[in-house]
Design a protein around this ligand. Sequence first.
Ligand SMILES: [Zn+2]
Length: 423
Amino acid sequence: MKSFLVLFLLLTGTCSAQTDKYFLLKADHVFDGENMHSGWSVLVKNNKIEEVGTIQNYPANTQVINLTQVTLLPGLIEGHSHLFLHPYNETSWNDQVLKESRAERTARAVNHARATLMAGFTTVRDLGTEGASYDDAGLKKAIEKGVIPGPRMIVATRAIVAKGTYGPKSESPDVDHPQGAAEVAGIEDLANEVRTQIGKGADVIKIYADYRWGKDGEALPTFSSEVIEVAVAIAKSGGREVVVHSSTPEGMRRSIMAGVSTIEHGDEGTAEIFKLMKEKNVALCPTLAAGDATAQYSGWKKGIDAEPARIANKRKTFQLALQSGVTICMGGDVGVFTHGENAREMELMVDYGMKPIEVLRSATKVNADVFGYANKIGRLRKSLFADIIAVEGNPLDNISNIRKVSFVMKDGVIYKTPLVEGK
Ligand SMILES: [Zn+2]
C-alpha cells in the first residue's frame, strides 16, 4: 500500500512539472506597481507571477511573447464601479431601477464585465447593484467559473441607506417604489442587513453616510458615527471593510471616526477633514469622472463652456486632498459613464494635478493595499496572480496611453493579444 502511494506521488509530481505552463512577457517598459523599469520581463507560471526583472533563464517549454513599444503593468484595479448600471444619458438612474428587468440588467452587466476586462481592468470593486439585489455576487461566480469573461470582482451587493432618504422617490406618499439600495432604520436593522449581505456574498459593505434628504434636497448626514461603528465592527470581525458614500464634511467626519476604510466622492472635503483622514488611515476615492460626466449630461459643453462651479470646486478639493497626503484610490464611479472607459478617471486625476506615476500606483498597488488584496493583485511581483496588461507607448509620457490596451492576461489566461487581434 505504501509503495503504491509513493509511486502515485512520484507520477503526479512528474506529471504536474510537465504540464506547468510558462509565459515570458517582454516589453520596452515594465511598471511593477511602484516604478517604471526598462529591460525587464515578466515570467508567468500557470496563474501566478514567477519572476520579474532582467530574466536570463527560463524553462525550455516557455512561450515567449515579445511585445514591442509597449509598457507592461499589473492588471488595473477599478476602485468604484457599478456593473449593473449604464450611462445616465442613455437611461436615467430612476428608470434603470424601476423599468429595466433584472434579466435585462444582468444581460447588460455581462457586456459591461467583458468591456471592463478588455480595457485592462482585471479587478473591480463594484459598489452596489442599485436595485439589482445580490446579482453582483452571481455575476462574480459566473466569471470565476469561466462562464463569461470579466474582471475579478470585489462586491458590495446592495448599498445600505437610511430609511426614507434614498430613491427612486415617489410622487405620492401613498405609493412605495422599490429602492435602489437596502433601507435600514436603526442599529438592529443595520446589523441584520450587514450580516445578511455577508451571508449572500458581500466582500465589502457600502453605506451612504449622507444623501440629499434635506428639506431643499441638500445633502445631509444620515447615520450617527455610533451606528456606522456597529457596521464596521461586524464587517471587521468577518474580515471585511466598510466604505461610505459621503460628500459632506460632517458625513465624512462621522465615517472617519467610525473606522471606515474609504470615503467615496468626498466632494465637500476640507483641509481639516483630509488631515483627519490621513491620521486615521482612511483613503479617498474621489470619482472625478462621475461628476465630469453628469455635468456634461446636464448641458456642460466641455472645452467650450467655462467649468461649472461644481467641477471647479471638485478640482479644488482634489488638490486639497493631494496636498494633505491622504491616500487616493482610483475609482471613477463607472456605470455613470460607459464601462470600458474607466481610464477617464485616470486622465482626470492627471488633469486635476496628480503626477502620472502616482495615478498608475493608485490604480494598482494602492487600490490593492487599501482594499486588502495586496497578497493577490496590484503589483508585478513573485507569487501574485498573473493579472498583467500591456498598453502601447508609455503612460508616463501621456496618461491617455493607458487606453491603448493591446494585451490582457488575467489569472494566467490571455484574453487579448496583438497576435490575435490583428487577424
Ligand atoms: Zn457609485
